[in-house]
Design a protein around this ligand. Structure first.
Ligand code: ADP
Ligand code: MG
Ligand code: ZN
Length: 639
């Protein structure tokens, strides 16, 4: 379960598959490709020239100058001689030193210059030198020279056969390897992901049941002449289980599953992606019924003209068009169902969601409370749990967390239990893990006393204002132990899952977020860099209120700012509207800051006592924090 996607068949494969029979050997013409061939040729050449030079060096006679030869003739030291054209070879009677002083020689070769006018024949016959008809110097014999002539070819053939055999063995077939027909792998139902591994998104499972049913018995649908939807698009936040779900559909139906991330198709070279798509679909058709899953389809399926994605426009578009072409080509009876996933359904090209393509869009949402409990149950199946563990309570304190967050939480708890040398995971481990997941890992950072004091007031400001805003999320934890990037953390989570927010709630959130800065302002009259991420949060909230949620009279009830940079900022609305947005954002934030400072001044005693408690204890939980601040806990929830 830790690995949401099946392994790749080969590292350079652009997609992964499971439950599919092994592929037939590829039709590669040259083992190792053309580069392999070039390399092989170089190796063969080197070996051959080495061998030839070794053989030659054994029979090589010294070549002496004609002057040296003439000297030996004059000295009467020539025993035998053989000549062909101008070249002369011979043997001395007694060995003589080589003129360049490199040892002695008896046999030799030399070259008679064409302009020599000496009477060599007269001289030699006078000395009774035998002039033979056979070469005096032994030439390399017949077999070795034949070998030398054919060595390169023999080597080439040997290497090729070797490479072909190895490839053949690796792929279970091939030109010279053993031939073995590919066997379909047994589908192990217990090993594959099924709906039993997915929880908390029952309504989505329901929608996908049709697909499972179709894949299980396509014949029934075929007889009815019914067409399956070409594709199903799963849309939802990251970590909500889209990939898991797609895999579970394949596992549930017991059909092969091919998966690829859209970004894996894209290369800088135009046309590569389209080729890979074609290959993937043809592979899937061969083993149909099957599922093709394309993850993160928004990387190639964005509305055209909206910000260049990976690898340039042409490549993106060609790849996308190829996917659409493949889907249009389905006759429905082939039994290949395409699932795709995206984090952003709103940015997709409408061409994708046309009938016959991804005409079913299934929204995958973060789980609700019972759903979270069920997901926790799945991810603690293999973890020994202590009797005191109450997963329902953990589920209650994790609103907004996705399936992936919860899987991570369960794993963190198990890691903590191992570190604490326990035999089972306890409730305390789960809460420690939750703290780590929500607040970030602790950082061993020693703060100077005055910085620590300022941090205590900063966090107290957040926490106190969080407690004082009516309808705000309760403060769950305040700490001045540095965690992650922050020097301190104040954690507020809602009592129950929230799906819509009121204007006063959002203002409360802004006031709470400004609380840290306001406290430093009120108490120390300084402004530090510690409020950076607070201000980012404030800006995002204010922009949403004014530009998207119609909470400003002056801007009015319209979307002045699109959700992200689909449309360049300046073009989303008239310049006056954007000016108003800016003005209104400032007004809201200024009002909230004013209110935050005022509330802190009015409640200075509470702020001081909360900061003092923090300095003493470093971390306060919900109850201790409200007690230290002297704020009554209003609506007591179930947590
Ligand atoms: P997405 O593709 O939506 O980003 P994933 O499917 O990759 O999310 O989810 C990552 C992991 O989180 C999964 O492998 C699984 O362990 C866990 N997970 C997510 N959602 C669920 C769920 N509904 N039920 C069980 N586990 C889940
Ligand atoms: Mg995914
Ligand atoms: Zn802060």
């Amino acid at each position: 379960m830790s690995n949401p996607v099946p392994p790749r068949r080969a590292p350079d494969d652009p997609w992964r598959s499971e439950g599919a029979p092994p592929p037939p050997p590829p039709r590669k013409k040259m083992p190792g490709g053309w580069w392999g061939l070039v390399l092989m040729a170089v190796v063969v050449y080197l070996i051959t020239s080495l061998v030839i030079s070794l053989i030659r060096s054994g029979t090589k006679e010294p070549t002496v100058s004609y002057t040296e030869f003439n000297k030996q003739v004059t000295a009467g030291n020539i025993a035998k001689i053989y000549s062909k054209d101008e070249s002369i070879e011979g043997e001395l009677k007694t060995k003589a030193p080589l003129p360049d002083g490199d040892g002695d020689y008896t046999k030799f070769m030399t070259q008679r210059p064409a302009f020599a006018t000496d009477d060599l024949w007269g001289e030699l016959s006078r000395q009774n030198v035998t002039v033979t008809a056979e070469p005096v110097v032994e030439k390399t014999s017949f077999w070795p020279s034949l070998l030398i002539a054919f060595l390169p070819m023999l080597l080439l053939i040997a290497v090729w056969v070797f490479a072909a055999r190895r490839m053949g063995a690796a792929l279970g077939g091939g030109v010279l390897g053993r031939k073995e027909p590919p066997k379909p792998v047994a589908l192990l139902p217990g090993k594959r992901t099924t709906f039993a591994d997915v929880a908390g998104i029952d309504e989505v499972e329901g929608e996908l049941n049709d697909v499972v049913d179709f894949l299980k018995n396509p014949d029934a649908y075929r007889r009815m002449g019914a067409r399956m939807p070409g594709g199903v698009l799963l849309a939802g936040a990251p970590g909500t289980g889209k990939t898991l779900l797609a895999r579970a559909v394949a596992g549930e139906a017991g059909v092969p599953f091919f998966s690829a991330s859209a970004s894996e198709f894209i290369e800088m070279i135009v046309g590569v992606g389209a080729g890979r798509v074609r290959e993937l679909f043809s592979e899937a058709r061969k083993v149909a019924p099957a599922i093709v899953f394309i993850d993160e389809i928004d990387t190639i399926g964005r509305v055209r003209g909206g910000g260049a994605g990976l690898g340039g426009h042409d490549e993106r578009e060609q790849t996308l068009n190829q996917i659409l072409t493949e889907m249009d080509g389905f006759t429905g009876s082939e039994g290949v169902v395409v699932l795709a996933a995206t984090n952003r359904a709103d940015v997709l090209d409408p061409a994708l969601t046309r009938p016959g393509r991804f005409d079913r869009v299934v929204q995958v949402s973060p789980p609700d409370r019972p759903g979270r409990e069920a997901i926790l149950r799945i991810h603690t199946r293999e973890i020994p749990l202590d009797a005191d563990v109450d997963l329902a309570r953990i589920a209650a304190s994790t609103p907004g967390m996705t399936g992936a967050d919860l899987a991570n939480l369960a794993n963190e708890a198990a890691l903590i239990a191992v570190k604490r040398k326990q035999t089972a995971v306890t409730q305390a481990d789960l809460f420690s893990a939750l703290e780590k997941v929500q607040l970030g890992a602790e950082r061993p950072l020693v703060l100077a006393p005055d910085e620590r004091r300022r941090t205590a007031y900063h966090e107290s400001g957040h926490a106190l204002l969080g407690m004082l805003q009516p309808g705000a999320d309760p403060v769950r934890k305040v700490t001045i132990v540095p965690r992650g990037r922050a020097l301190g953390v104040t954690l507020s989570t809602p009592e129950a899952d929230k799906y819509a927010y009121t204007e006063s709630y959002l203002r409360g959130r802004i006031i709470g977020a400004l609380g840290g800065m306001a406290a430093e302002h009120v108490v120390f009259e300084v402004i530090t860099t510690g409020a950076e991420s607070d201000l980012e949060q404030v800006t995002a909230l204010a922009r949403g209120m004014v530009g998207r949620w119609g909470m400003s009279e002056r801007v009015g009830r319209l979307t002045a700012i699109p959700q992200d940079a689909q449309v360049p900022y300046g073009l989303s609305a008239a310049p006056e509207t954007l000016d108003s947005v800016d003005h209104e954002m400032r007004r809201i934030v200024d009002e909230c800051y004013e209110s935050a400072c005022n509330q802190l001044r009015e409640n200075r005693d509470r702020l001081d006592s909360l900061a003092a408690a923090l300095l003493e204890n470093e971390t306060l939980d919900e109850e201790a924090a409200y007690r230290a601040a002297g704020v009554p806990r209003l609506a007591k929830g179930d947590a």
